[in-house]
Design a protein around this ligand. Structure first.
Ligand code: ADP
Ligand code: NA
Length: 330
């Protein structure tokens, strides 16, 4: 296979993905099945860094896999697996943690944000080392590119630094990966707080568009999205972040450009735009929900997909880990 290798992951930390996950990441994953040798994982080891319920985790991992299939991942054209099924992730994470500076890890903005909300007594060491595990996820597969949203840029930079550092100290072992961030949809924002990203863990219920929620509920949320007091539909992230976010989602879901939409909505009000976007979103999620249900009704099929995926993943990750161990003197 001479195509570039890609790897990306998503956390099973909620029952449903949100529209930011789809537009910022999963949509590109689907496209890259054709052009790349693609590895995609549900990162359940990452999902225990902030406390979790085991029953919910098991359920959410399966829900995540079903949603990925429903959104267009095809196990015949990519490698789809669950992180905890492949022990090399945790093994390489330990090695990488030993070449990561304590201060270097402490500069990760996501850690600072999440730990500030939790307080230092409840913040786990695992939340602190999370980006190192993420580096292991990527480097094990010798990924050339990592399709992610804007929130992952700093973690990708750390991954690149660790790959280069290991290679320099111990000999050529890892491909240095590039972030693949599609600018237009890299940061879908919260409907109620349009300067913050839409997030599984941080958004309020009305700020997040969940792919698996009742579509009528999503439509309501879109119609009550926060916008500015002006009237004109303009794309201006600084001064009109709410309207700009709605335009971004609308354009991405309809494969149109923002300019085309601006022309169409010239002289019309926010209400029209919201009503139309609500319709487009509902039409998008209905078949996704239908397909997700179908996959969930066939646990044997999901098990088979994941068993095949874990085997394909291990065939690559075990080779990389053995090579790293060799270089380390193990
Ligand atoms: P979350 O932050 O919602 O828990 P994950 O950490 O599981 O999501 O991230 C899965 C993928 O979705 C990552 O590639 C991440 O960059 C992307 N992503 C998450 N939120 C957004 C968003 N609001 N806009 C664009 N991409 C996003
Ligand atoms: Na994230």
């Amino acid at each position: 296979d001479h195509r570039p290798r890609v790897l990306s992951g998503i956390q099973p930390t909620a029952d449903s993905f949100h529209l930011g996950n789809y537009l910022g990441a999963v949509r590109n994953w689907v496209a890259m099945q054709e052009t790349a040798d693609a590895f995609y994982c549900v990162v359940d080891l990452h999902a225990i860094t902030m406390g979790h319920d085991p029953v919910a985790l098991r359920n959410r991992t399966r829900l995540s896999v079903a949603q990925l299939l429903a959104l267009g991942l095809d196990p015949e054209r990519c490698t789809l697996f669950v992180q905890s099924h492949v022990p090399e992730h945790a093994q390489l994470a330990w090695v990488l943690s030993c070449i990561t500076g304590f201060g270097e890890a402490g500069r990760m903005v996501q850690f600072k944000d999440k730990s500030a909300k939790q307080g230092s007594d409840t913040t786990s060491v695992g939340l602190f080392t999370y980006p190192i595990l993420q580096a292991a996820d990527i480097l094990l597969y010798q990924a050339d590119a990592v399709p992610v949203g804007e929130d992952q840029r700093q973690h990708l930079e750390l991954t690149r630094d660790l790959a280069q550092r290991f290679n320099t100290r111990f000999g050529q072992t890892f491909t240095v990966p590039a972030a693949y961030i599609v600018r237009d949809t890299a940061k879908i924002t919260d409907l109620q707080e349009p300067t913050s990203k839409m997030s599984k863990s941080a958004s309020s219920p009305n700020g997040i568009l969940e792919l698996l929620e009742e579509p009528a509920r999503s439509a309501k949320k879109i119609k009550s999205a926060v916008t500015d007091t002006g009237r004109e539909i303009l794309y201006d992230e600084e001064n009109k972040p709410g309207i700009s976010n709605l335009l971004t989602m609308y354009a991405a879901l309809t494969q149109r450009t923002i300019d085309e939409l601006l022309e169409e909505y010239d002289g019309r009000g926010y209400g029209d735009l919201k009503k139309d976007l609500a319709e487009v979103f509902v039409e998008f999620v209905k078949p996704v929900q239908e397909r997700t249900r179908t996959y969930l009704e066939d646990p044997g099929y999901l098990d088979k997909v994941l068993a095949v995926g874990a085997d394909k993943a291990r065939a690559v990750s075990a080779v990389t880990l053995a090579n790293a161990y060799q270089h380390l003197g193990f």
